[in-house]
Design a protein around this ligand. Structure first.
Ligand SMILES: Nc1ncnc2c1ncn2[C@@H]1O[C@H](COP(=O)(O)OP(=O)(O)OP(=O)(O)O)[C@@H](O)[C@H]1O
Length: 883
């Protein structure tokens, strides 16, 4: 059946309804899906929002952390920079001007950098802008002139304030009178620390600096050190000042010639190593290493090449009063000169530990190059010649040298013999004195005030000659040739090196007399042979140039190969060697090669003259002296010796009378090293009488008193007969004193009234057939006054000694003695010994062998003694003074 429409409608409707239902369902589902999607989206959006907030918070936090870290880093960096800067620029190198004062570094310390401003970094710390000038480089200033001046003044003042006074020398070139901040430094000129050069002098200035650099390189650095800074670090000393040259050009391109430009270039390249530093403004200088370029400008616009692009704010300049007072103080201190070196700088760490077998080595001071200058006495150089005009420190130098030697070598290694021909007592400190009993243990002899007793110089040379022979004999015995070998072969022997110092030795060699002639011969022999026997001569003089006795003997001069010249000393160095002329105070040139210029060494000598400083040293060594060491022999030409203190007198008394030895009369002290007495033996033989000649009562009485005392010391009571005749009332006091000396029962005293009786008696005794049982000593004061009784006296003189009758008489003149003897043609041999006081050499001709009279110029408290039985020539003696 066909389908009905209704059916079809129904079916369509059903289908539609189904479709609608499906659609509804789908819509429903879609809606629900949409809703959940919307929900999800909302959730996601909310989550995303939350995430965003978290992220942003995290980002903010991180950003904050980064910021903080950078701030911390920056602050740490700035603090480190500031700290490093403080160390690079301590004290006066950077301190603010209101608290500024000089703070000189130690001489050898490297120069600090100096502050000119502040590097503008965003940090709390003040980071100073530093410039490396001294010891390091140069500075070129560009930009604003006023600001530039301030920088120059700051650089100079800080450099001066951080160096020792005098260690920085300034030179200023300022042709346009720009000032350049130099004005306040004018006071330095008074001490030679500032030189200003004007227009046209730039070439000379640059040439001078280049020459200076060359000199430093050649003579100071000498290939051993790369720079003065390195030298100072290695040696601890800084021998040369820094030289800072401020060059203020006008800004014109043609201001420098080609030559100048070359020199400037050379200085910029090589100057800093030699302590030459330039501060340049207004001259064209290319940027280069070692040159700090400062762009001077106000505010934060200044720049320093070493600070890169960082802005720099330049400091205000130093106040003018700070500059001027500092400069004046530096100039004053420099003008005053350096503080003297102390003697302690020469002393060794351990005393008395050195051996002198091979020589004597000791420092004499320090050299400008730093190390101490060692001076040697040995086989070469064996002897020294020292010269220096009065007041230049010759005596001080000898003291310093002796101190350096005496602390290194023990008295067993070194012995000093010291002689001073100067009027004064410069060597007295080494001998025991009334106030200070100490002595320098090495000193064996001190001769003072010997300027009129040149014989003492001879005595020393003879003594050294004898010692030389003793050493040469010992060397021969041990079959060796020099002291070092002798000491090795004879280790138990006492062979110290001997250093004989003769100050103002020209006095000994002056004149053409016998003393000078013998002295030169002895010196030459000693100088030639002493070198290998450890005997060293040190001769000093204010001026050696005119000592003909020296220069006339080239062989003698040649032995003195160690030369020491004090400022302005003449001729002591080789002829072309003028090093002594420009020496500063308290310096010396030491030259161990006979003065050849290349052997010059300049030494700054410490002060050794100060008594207190010396005494401390001497006392220390004195307390350490070997217990059996005797004090030195002190010969003082101004002192009167005493018989009681004479070693020969002490020895006499200990000789027993029974030995039968002929009696010995001591007459005075000889001028010699051992303080020997002049002695005359009164043996039974013709001529054994003594005549004292001259008008000087005290001295004549002193000679006779010594003779009487010394004879009496050998003669026990009863062993001799004594007769004392006083014919001059001026002698009565001396005669009176003899009453306490001569044995009472054996002595008769006579005057003019009864002398005839004495002489008659003695004449009879003198012509007796047999000699007297005991000696008879006639002491006759003013024997020439015996007058009519001189015939008897003559007989006693002629015949007495063989019969043990001896006259010890004083005649008031040589001619008066001749009268006693029988007139001008009489024989003089009854006078076997005489002491001439103020009788001149020519008057003594008759009593002296040979055709020529003795050389004798009478002088106070000295006599000329001649004993024909022992002497070849007469010798000078010093009468003993009152006991
Ligand atoms: N190196 C030194 N340091 C400090 N002062 C010194 C030095 N050398 C010498 N003097 C001082 O200089 C003065 C003269 O010195 P010294 O007596 O040594 O000179 P001199 O050349 O021996 O003189 P003269 O020959 O007239 O005696 C003394 O007061 C001494 O203290």
């Amino acid at each position: 059946m066909p389908e009905s429409p209704t059916r079809r409608v129904i079916e369509a409707r059903a289908a539609l309804s189904h479709a609608l239902g499906v659609a509804e369902a789908e819509l429903q589902e879609a809606r629900s899906r949409h809703l959940s999607a919307a929900n999800r989206r909302d959730r996601m959006l909310a989550a995303a929002q939350r995430q965003k907030v978290t992220l942003s918070a995290q980002r903010d936090k991180r950003l904050h952390e980064i910021d903080q870290g950078r701030r911390d880093d920056r602050a740490a960096l700035a603090a480190a920079l500031a700290d490093a800067a403080r160390r690079a620029a301590p004290g006066a190198a950077a301190s603010p001007w209101d608290r500024w004062h000089p703070s000189p570094a130690l001489p050898a310390a490297a120069a600090p950098q100096v502050r000119v401003g502040r590097v503008q970094v965003p940090a709390d710390d003040d980071v100073p802008a530093l410039v490396a000038l001294l010891d390091r480089g140069h500075v070129v200033i560009r930009g604003d002139d006023g600001r530039g001046d301030v920088v120059v003044a700051a650089l100079l003042l800080r450099s001066l304030g951080t160096a020792r006074p005098g260690a920085v020398h300034l030179t200023g070139y300022d042709p346009e009178h720009l000032g350049g901040g130099l004005a306040g430094f004018a006071a330095l000129a008074t001490a030679g620390l500032l030189t200003l050069v004007g227009p046209g002098e730039l070439t000379a200035l640059l040439d001078g600096l280049v020459d200076h650099v060359r000199r430093i390189n050649e003579t100071v650095l000498a290939g051993e050190h790369a720079s003065l800074r390195a030298l100072a670090a290695a040696t601890g000393r800084r021998p040369e000042p820094w030289r800072v040259a401020v060059l203020l050009g006008s800004g014109h391109a043609d201001e420098l010639s080609r030559h100048d430009r070359g020199q400037l270039d050379r200085l910029l390249r090589t100057g800093a190593a030699c302590g030459v530093h330039l501060i340049v403004r207004g001259l064209t200088v290319a940027d280069r290493a070692g040159v700090e370029v400062i762009e001077a400008a106000d505010g934060d616009r200044a720049r320093l090449s070493s600070a890169g692009d960082l802005p720099v704010r330049l400091d205000e300049g130093p106040p003018l009063p700070t500059i001027t007072t500092t400069c004046r103080a530096i100039a004053d201190e420099v003008a005053e000169g350096p503080a003297p070196l102390a003697l302690s700088s020469l002393l060794p760490d351990a005393e008395w530990t050195a051996t002198s077998a091979a020589g004597l080595v000791a420092p004499l001071g320090d050299s400008p190059l730093g190390p101490p200058v060692l001076v040697k006495l040995s086989d070469y150089p064996p002897h020294a010649l020292i010269a220096g005009p009065s007041g230049t420190g010759k005596t001080n130098l000898i003291y310093a040298w002796m101190g350096a030697l005496a602390t290194r070598y023990s008295p067993g290694e070194l012995a000093f013999y010291l002689l001073d021909f100067k009027e004064g007592v410069s060597f007295a400190r080494f001998a025991p004195g009334r106030r200070d009993p100490s002595w320098l243990p090495h000193v064996r002899l001190v001769g003072l005030n010997v300027n009129t007793d040149r014989e003492f110089g001879l005595a020393l040379l003879r003594f050294l000659g004898a010692e030389l022979r003793r050493r040469a004999d010992a060397a021969k015995q041990h079959e060796v040739t020099n002291l070092a070998e002798l000491r090795a072969e004879d280790p138990q022997g006492s062979w110290p090196r001997i250093v004989a110092v003769v100050d103002e030795f020209q006095v000994l060699l002056a004149g053409r007399d016998a003393v000078a002639a013998e002295a030169v011969d002895l010196l030459e022999d000693l100088a030639r042979r002493g070198r290998s026997q450890g005997i060293h001569l040190v001769l000093a003089s204010q001026d050696v140039s005119g000592i003909e006795a020296l220069w006339g003997r080239p062989a003698l001069v040649a032995q003195f190969s160690l030369r020491i010249a004090l400022p302005r000393a003449r001729r002591v160095l080789a002829e072309a060697n003028t090093a002594a002329e420009g020496l500063p105070r308290y310096h010396a040139v030491v030259n161990a090669d006979s003065g050849a210029p290349e052997a010059n060494r300049v030494v700054r000598v410490p002060a050794a003259g100060d008594r207190d400083g010396w005494n401390a040293l001497q006392h220390r060594l004195w307390r350490r002296r070997p217990p059996d060491l005797p004090p030195p022999r002190l010969f003082d030409g101004d002192a009167v010796p005493r018989l009681a203190a004479s070693p020969d007198f002490a020895a006499l008394a200990s000789v027993p009378a029974e030995t039968g030895a002929a009696p010995v009369a001591l007459l005075g002290e000889t001028i010699d090293v051992a303080a020997r007495s002049a002695r005359m033996t009164l043996r039974r033989a013709p001529g054994r009488n003594l005549a004292v000649l001259g008008t000087r009562v005290d001295e004549a009485c002193a000679v006779l008193a010594a003779a009487a005392r010394s004879l009496a010391a050998q003669m026990p009571p009863g062993a001799a007969r004594w007769s004392v005749a006083c014919l001059d009332p001026d002698a009565s006091a001396a005669v009176e004193e003899l009453k306490g000396v001569l044995p009472h029962g054996d002595t008769g005293f006579y005057h003019a009234a009864d002398v005839a009786w004495l002489l008659e008696d003695a004449a009879q005794e003198a012509s007796a057939g047999e000699p007297a049982a005991r000696p008879h000593f006639l002491l006759i004061y003013a024997a020439d006054a015996a007058g009519g009784d001189s015939a008897a006296l003559r007989r006693v003189l002629r015949q007495g000694p063989e019969r043990r009758v001896h006259v010890l008489g004083w005649w008031r003149g040589a001619a008066l003695l001749r009268e006693t003897l029988g007139g001008p043609s009489s024989r003089t041999d009854p006078i076997g010994a005489w002491v001439a006081l103020d009788a001149h050499g020519s008057e003594l001709n008759a009593y002296y062998p040979g055709a020529r009279p003795p050389v004798w110029y009478p002088r106070p408290w000295r006599g000329l003694f001649f004993d024909r039985s022992v002497h070849r020539g007469a010798e000078v003696i010093i009468p003993y003074g009152p006991s």
